[in-house]
Structures are given as structure tokens and as C-alpha cells.
Ligand binder design. Structure first.
Ligand SMILES: C[S@@+](CC[C@H](N)C(=O)[O-])C[C@H]1O[C@@H](n2cnc3c(N)ncnc32)[C@H](O)[C@@H]1O
Length: 225
């Protein structure tokens, strides 16, 4: 299948959108849902904050984020796929999440709003070829101490080859292939944020990362903030 460009991603996820939540039930049963919830908690969101969910898909994180920032806060879900966003919109309507906005955009082009206080992305950035640029721009826009939370699949270095192949086959409907093996958003995040935590799940087949925007070295050295 190879590395998908934005149009291919859009087409693939528009096709999958109606079944995405059912297709991913097994992954939730394996514990991914718990990792997503923990990641949201680790963002340390306060009431009234603005948080961005990059590659939000059908909106699995939105209810959790919405309740963390409260009625004075805002959650912005960003995704390329109109089909996935239509599912997210329905989720927002059904749960009456009045503080959630959805934006159709490529995360590569999306500019975080000035007020953004945190960024989250689950099972998204490891399939975005420009992930380093996206993370770097987030670091530039976010205020000091703001957090980024990432959860995603990674190449399980210690798995036997046949098991890796089985894992890739199971995730192929979502566009996953071995061509993404070298995509490492948590490594990029380490270049632009100060790491707060990095955990591996399923013997290295997935990871959770939380980073915090550090004060600039100039500031620490007593220069201009
Ligand atoms: C595997 S789904 C994950 C959805 C959701 N975050 C979750 O945890 O279930 C990947 C999502 O990333 C979106 N996506 C992939 N590349 C993107 C890009 N460059 N810009 C915006 N969205 C993108 C896809 O449309 C899809 O909805």
C-alpha cells in the first residue's frame, strides 16, 4: 500500500468512517481506550482551556476532553476526512458537547489558535509524513508549560517477524503498512518538548508520550523571555 498522501488518506477514511468505531472495538477491548483516557488525564487540562485533538477521526477523545475543559473551555477536533468528521459531528450532537468544534483540514496546514493550551493526537501522527513539522509548529505556538499527548502504533522491535506481519495485516484497513516503520512522532516530540513520560504498550507495538513545552534557554539564562 505504501505511504499514503493526503488524498489517499481522505479517500480511505471516508470509506471506513461508517464502520470505524465497530472496526476498532477489538483494539478498545485490548486496552487502547484506557490508554486514551489516561493520556487525556495526563494533559493536566484546566477549566476554560482550549485543547486541540489532531487527527480526531470519529471523535473518540472528544467527550473526555470536553469534560476536562468544562463549559468555558473549547475542544477543537481537526481531521482531513469529511466522513470521519460526520461521525464525530454525530457523536458531539448525541452527547450534547456544546464546547466542541470540528475543523476539516490537513494537520500539516492547520494553524493552532493563539489560545491553544494543549495538543493531543491518538493514532494519527504516525501516519502523517510531515509529523515532525506538525509537532515543531505546535511547540512554537503553545505557551510555556503546555503539554502535548501522543498515543499511537509503533514498530515492535522485539516481536518475531511473523507476529509483526500479523499486526500489520490487522491494521491494514486503516492504511498501516511496514513503510511507516521509521515514523517516530515521540522522537520528534522529544526534539521540541521536554519529555514527561513515555510508555510502551503491547511489548512495544504502541506508545504513549507526554511532553511539556520548556521555558526557552534564553529565558533561563536571564535574557528576554
Ligand atoms: C486511525 S484514525 C484515528 C482517529 C482517532 N484519533 C482515534 O484515536 O480513533 C486516523 C485519523 O487521522 C486522520 N488523518 C490522517 N492524516 C491526516 C492529516 N494529514 N491531516 C488530518 N487528519 C489526518 C484520518 O482521516 C483519520 O481520521
Amino acid at each position: 500500500m505504501g505511504i499514503l498522501d493526503a488524498e489517499e488518506v481522505q479517500r480511505l477514511y471516508d470509506r471506513r468512517a461508517g464502520h470505524y468505531d465497530v472496526l476498532t472495538l477489538a483494539f478498545h477491548a485490548l486496552g487502547f481506550g484506557r490508554h486514551q483516557e489516561q493520556l487525556v488525564a495526563e494533559l493536566g487540562l484546566s477549566e476554560g482551556a482550549v485543547v486541540i485533538d489532531l487527527c480526531c477521526g470519529t471523535g473518540v477523545n472528544l467527550a473526555e476532553l470536553s469534560s476536562a475543559v468544562g463549559s468555558r473551555g473549547t475542544v477543537i477536533g481537526v481531521d482531513l476526512s469529511e466522513g470521519m468528521l460526520a461521525e464525530a459531528k454525530e457523536r458531539v450532537r448525541a452527547a450534547d458537547l456544546a464546547n466542541v468544534r470540528l475543523v476539516q483540514a490537513d494537520v500539516r496546514d492547520y494553524q493552532l489558535p493563539d489560545e491553544a493550551a494543549a495538543v493531543l493526537s491518538t493514532f494519527g501522527l504516525e501516519m502523517v509524513p510531515a509529523y515532525d513539522e506538525v509537532i515543531e509548529r505546535a511547540a512554537e505556538r503553545l505557551p510555556t508549560d503546555a503539554r502535548i499527548g501522543l498515543l499511537g502504533l509503533k514498530h515492535p522491535e522485539s516481536w518475531p517477524g511473523w507476529l509483526v506481519e500479523a499486526g500489520v495485516a490487522a491494521t491494514k484497513p486503516f492504511g498501516v503498512s511496514r513503510d511507516y516503520e521509521d515514523f517516530k512522532p515521540w522522537v520528534a516530540a522529544d526534539r521540541h518538548f521536554e519529555r514527561r513520560s513515555l510508555r510502551e504498550h503491547f511489548a512495544g507495538a504502541a506508545y504513549s508520550y507526554v511532553g511539556e513545552k520548556a521555558r526557552s534557554p534564553t529565558y533561563l539564562e536571564g535574557g528576554e523571555p
